[in-house]
Write a protein that binds this ligand. Structure first.
Ligand SMILES: C[S@@+](CC[C@H](N)C(=O)[O-])C[C@H]1O[C@@H](n2cnc3c(N)ncnc32)[C@H](O)[C@@H]1O
Length: 387
C-alpha cells in the first residue's frame, strides 16, 4: 500500500489529537505515526507505550502515548502558533523544561461510592485510580486509604507542604464526636500535615500539629487553604530561574499576581508584590524577607498605572489563565525596561504580547515549562525588553 505524506501525523493539535499532513485529526496518534486506510494507527518513532493503565480514560493525562521529544515539540508549537495567531514572529523558543514523572505536588481528586481519582476526559465519571504516574508518592499513598474512608460524594484536595500532605476534604462534615475522632485518627495514622473539611461554609481545620508552610525562595510562608502553588517543585525552580534571568540586574522589581511569593521571595533587591487573594496577602506579609512590600490589590479593577510602573527596573507578572488584559496597556506605555511574563495560557499570553509589541517591546525569548507532564497544559516565561 503506497504511503502518502497526507497519511503521516505531522503535529499534535491543542487538545492532543494527532493531525495528519492532509489535516485529519486522529485521537491517540503521535507525530510520525501513519494512519492506514481503515483508520488504524501504525506507530512511528515518537509513539511510546503509555505507562499508565488508566490512559487514555483518565482525564489527568492526554499525551502519555508520545515520547518526550514529541511532547517538547508540542509545547513549543502551542506557543509559536498562539503568537502567530496574533501576527507575532516566533522569538527564540527554548528547549522546554519537562517535570519528571511522579513529581506533581497538588491534586484535586473526586470520590463517590468507593471510587476515587480524576474525572474521565470530558465527563463527571470518576476513574478509580489504582496507579498514577504523575502524582508524588506522598499524595498517591493516600488514595487507597481515602477510597476506604470516603463512602459518599466528596472532593479531596491534596498539597504537599513542608510538613507533609495538606488534605482538604470537600463535601464532608464531622457530625458528632465519633466522626471527628475518626477523622483526626485518619490524620494521625497517615501523618498528615493538616486535615480540613469544607462542607460548603469554607475550610475548617481539624488537625494541624504544627503550622503548615510552603518554603518559597528559601523562606517558609504560611500555607492558606486552597492557596496557589506551582504544580511541581522542579517546575517552580525552572520558572524562577527563567524569571531571574529575565529581570537580570534589576534591584527594584514589581511582582504582579504574586500569590504566596514564588517569585517575590526568589528575587534580589527590593520587591513590591501585588496580589488579590486576601489569605495569600496575609501569608506573604508574614514572610521574613527584607525589602518586601506586599499590596492587597485587585489588578483587574485597579492595575498599576504608568507612573507607578515607572518606578520599577523590571516587572514580573504571573496572571491567572485569563491573562492581564487590564494591566497590559499601562505596562505597554510605561518606561519599564524589562518584563518577565509567566503564563499558563499561550492564547492570553500571545494576546498580551501583542499589546506590548505594538508599543515597541521586543519578545526576546520564551522558556516553556511542562510541569503538568503528559497533559495539554502549557506554562511559560517570556522575556520582553524595551529598546
Ligand atoms: C498563576 S497564580 C500565580 C501566583 C504566584 N505568582 C506563584 O507563582 O505562586 C495567579 C495569582 O493571581 C491572583 N489573582 C487572580 N486574580 C487577581 C486579580 N484580579 N488581582 C490580583 N491578583 C489576582 C491569584 O490569587 C493567584 O495568586
Amino acid at each position: 500500500m503506497p504511503v502518502s505524506d497526507g497519511d503521516i501525523v505531522v503535529r499534535l493539535a491543542a487538545r492532543g489529537d494527532g493531525v495528519t499532513g492532509d489535516g485529519r485529526f486522529v485521537a491517540g496518534a503521535a507525530p510520525g505515526d501513519r494512519i492506514a486506510a481503515d483508520g488504524a494507527i501504525l506507530p512511528g518513532a515518537h509513539h511510546q507505550a503509555p505507562p499508565c493503565r488508566h490512559f487514555p480514560e483518565c482525564g489527568g493525562c492526554q499525551l502519555q502515548h508520545v515520547d518526550d521529544a514529541a511532547y517538547a515539540d508540542y509545547l513549543k508549537d502551542r506557543i509559536a502558533s498562539a503568537l502567530a495567531a496574533q501576527g507575532l514572529a516566533p522569538p527564540e523558543i527554548r528547549t522546554p523544561h519537562l517535570s519528571p514523572p511522579r513529581s506533581r505536588r497538588r491534586a484535586q481528586l473526586k470520590a463517590a461510592g468507593g471510587v476515587i481519582g480524576f474525572n474521565a476526559e470530558g465527563s463527571h465519571r470518576i476513574v478509580d485510580m489504582r496507579e498514577c504516574h504523575v502524582l508524588r508518592p506522598e499524595l498517591f499513598d493516600l488514595v487507597a486509604p481515602l477510597r476506604r474512608m470516603l463512602t459518599g460524594r466528596a472532593g479531596a484536595a491534596m498539597t504537599l507542604a513542608d510538613q507533609g500532605v495538606d488534605l482538604l476534604l470537600e463535601g464532608v462534615s464531622a457530625e458528632g464526636l465519633a466522626q471527628a475522632e475518626a477523622l483526626t485518627g485518619f490524620a494521625r495514622t497517615h501523618r498528615l500535615a493538616r486535615l480540613s473539611l469544607d462542607d460548603g461554609y469554607g475550610p475548617q481545620t481539624m488537625w494541624e500539629p504544627e503550622p503548615v508552610t510552603a518554603t518559597l525562595g528559601g523562606v517558609p510562608v504560611p500555607l492558606p487553604h486552597n492557596a496557589f502553588l506551582q504544580a511541581t517543585a522542579d517546575g517552580e525552580a525552572a520558572l524562577v530561574a527563567a524569571v531571574r534571568e529575565a529581570v537580570g540586574e534589576a534591584r527594584l522589581v514589581a511582582d504582579l499576581f504574586a500569590g504566596l511569593g514564588t517569585f517575590a521571595l526568589s528575587l534580589r533587591g527590593r520587591v513590591y508584590a501585588a496580589e488579590g487573594a486576601r489569605d495569600a496577602v496575609l501569608a506573604l506579609k508574614s514572610a521574613r524577607r527584607e525589602g518586601l512590600f506586599v499590596d492587597h490589590r485587585d489588578l483587574f479593577r485597579r492595575p498599576l498605572d504608568a507612573a507607578e510602573l515607572g518606578r520599577f527596573e523590571a516587572v514580573v507578572l504571573d496572571p491567572p489563565r485569563a491573562g492581564a488584559k487590564e494591566q497590559m496597556p499601562l505596562l505597554a506605555v510605561s518606561p519599564v525596561p524589562r518584563i518577565a511574563y509567566v503564563s499558563c495560557n499561550p492564547a492570553t499570553f500571545a494576546r498580551d504580547a501583542r499589546t506590548l509589541a505594538d508599543a515597541g517591546c521586543r519578545l526576546d525569548w520564551v522558556q516553556p515549562v511542562g510541569q503538568f507532564r503528559w497533559s495539554t497544559h502549557v506554562e511559560l516565561v517570556g522575556r520582553f525588553s524595551r529598546a
